[in-house]
Design a protein around this ligand. Structure first.
Ligand code: COS
Length: 379
């Protein structure tokens, strides 16, 4: 793995950093407090190429690759983890359609995602009773003449209320993963009902909703990929998605460490800055080391994906490590702030709340360990 960034990667990272500092940072705390989905900000972010960092230019993407995508995610997440997750899922869906869509599906949806014409794109796999065991999903899709008819419910759908297009997984055959297919469902399709936004601990400026499908009719060409091929599409998409979440967690950790370092330098107790105490220094040292490890694991997985080499195990390792590290790092940052860490005047409580979900979504830490262990045992 080349540790030096190339020019494109540097350009994308710097553009994301500038946008995050100038446009996102000033409003991030307010968006969180008001649980406001930043539609206009996301349009600007898309115009910078950040809704399709790894999408070819002919489909409106930046064509900058997976490493550049991970770097951009880290920058955006440092300033607003909610904006970062909206960006992550939109990139993931743009990639899924680019990889598995027909020419017509790609031309219809991908440029609308990458340009920001769609406020976001969404990925609907989980259900009220099917989370880690994604293969047990119950939503059905049955043929009715030349249409598909969807019935069922989806849960925890990021950007579900704002997405121009949602990839929905449904059962077209018998039980098990072989009976699952994927469909593209456009906003406003009759029979698609968007539920009440979840009132969450963190990522308050991202939108998370349940979806309900009731006799929701789709055209024949809404099918993405082959009948029965949906589960593998979901797993491949999640492999890539996990790189994005590892980058998001790394970004949140960076923000928390920066806040803790600044505070340790200015807060004085016992006649000296608290950063002069070894207890604080060790927390900062552990956080810095863990963040570098998280970053390297993330960029290794991204480098493998970019080289079209197997990366499933590495993506799970990056996501597992970075998300758990982000939880430790944000907790330490809050501890360093003492009582000031516990109130909203300082940003670390937001970082801690935002980090929490990273060990849960796009596969829990327990699922990442399943994936890694299976690969280890395969040899
Ligand atoms: N890439 C491509 N195909 C994959 C794959 C991957 N990474 N992982 C599994 N598959 C394929 C397998 O090859 C298998 O296909 P065949 O039956 O043709 O051999 C099929 O998918 C079933 O795989 P497996 O038997 O491993 O499925 P399991 O039911 O055991 O599930 C886990 C595996 C637990 C890894 C999966 O259910 C999972 O990732 N769960 C978490 C879901 C998740 O992340 N949800 C968050 C949603 S977004 S917030």
């Amino acid at each position: 793995m080349d540790l030096e960034l190339d020019e494109t990667q540097r350009l994308v990272r710097d553009a994301a950093r500038k946008f995050a500092e100038e446009r996102i940072a000033p409003v991030a705390a307010e968006l969180d407090r008001e649980s406001r989905f930043p539609r206009e900000l996301l349009r600007e972010l898309a115009e910078l190429g950040l809704y399709g960092v790894n999408i070819p230019e002919e489909l409106g993407g930046a064509g900058a690759g997976v490493v550049a995508y991970a770097l951009a995610m880290m920058e955006i997440a440092q300033k607003c983890a909610s904006t970062a997750v909206t960006m992550a899922v939109s990139n993931m869906v743009a990639e899924v359609i680019t990889a598995f869509g027909t020419e017509a599906q790609k031309r219809r949806h991908v440029p609308r995602i990458t340009s920001g014409e769609y406020a976001a794109a969404a990925f609907a796999l989980s259900e009220p009773e099917s989370g880690s065991d994604a293969g047990s999903l119950r939503t059905t899709a049955r043929r009715h003449g030349d249409r598909w008819v969807l019935d069922g419910q989806k849960q925890w759908i990021t950007s579900g209320a704002h997405a121009g297009v949602t990839v929905v997984w449904a059962r077209t055959g018998g039980p098990g993963t072989a009976g699952i297919s994927a469909f593209l469902v456009e906003a406003g399709t009759p029979g698609l009902e968007v539920g009440r936004p979840e009132d969450k601990l963190g990522l308050c400026a991202s939108n998370t909703v349940p979806l309900r499908f009731e006799s929701c009719e789709l055209p024949e060409d809404a099918l993405l990929g082959e009948v029965g091929g949906g589960f593998s599409i979901a797993m491949m998409a999640l492999d890539g998605g996990r790189i994005g979440i590892s980058a998001q967690a790394t970004g949140i950790g960076e923000a928390a460490l920066a806040a803790a370092t600044a505070y340790a330098g200015t807060r004085r107790q016992f006649g000296k800055p608290i950063g002069a105490f070894q207890a604080i220094q060790w927390m900062l040292a552990d956080s810095r080391t863990e963040l570098d490890a998280a970053r390297l694991l993330c960029l290794r997985a991204a480098t493998l994906k970019e080289a079209a080499r197997p990366f499933s195990r590495e993506a799970s390792m990056a996501k597992l490590y970075a998300s758990e590290a982000a939880n430790r790092i944000t907790a330490r940052a809050l501890q360093i702030h003492g009582g000031y860490g516990y109130v909203r005047d300082f940003p670390v409580e937001r970082h801690l709340r935002d980090a929490r979900v990273t060990t849960i979504y796009e596969g829990t830490s327990e699922v990442q360990r399943m994936v890694i262990a299976r690969k280890v045992l395969e040899g």
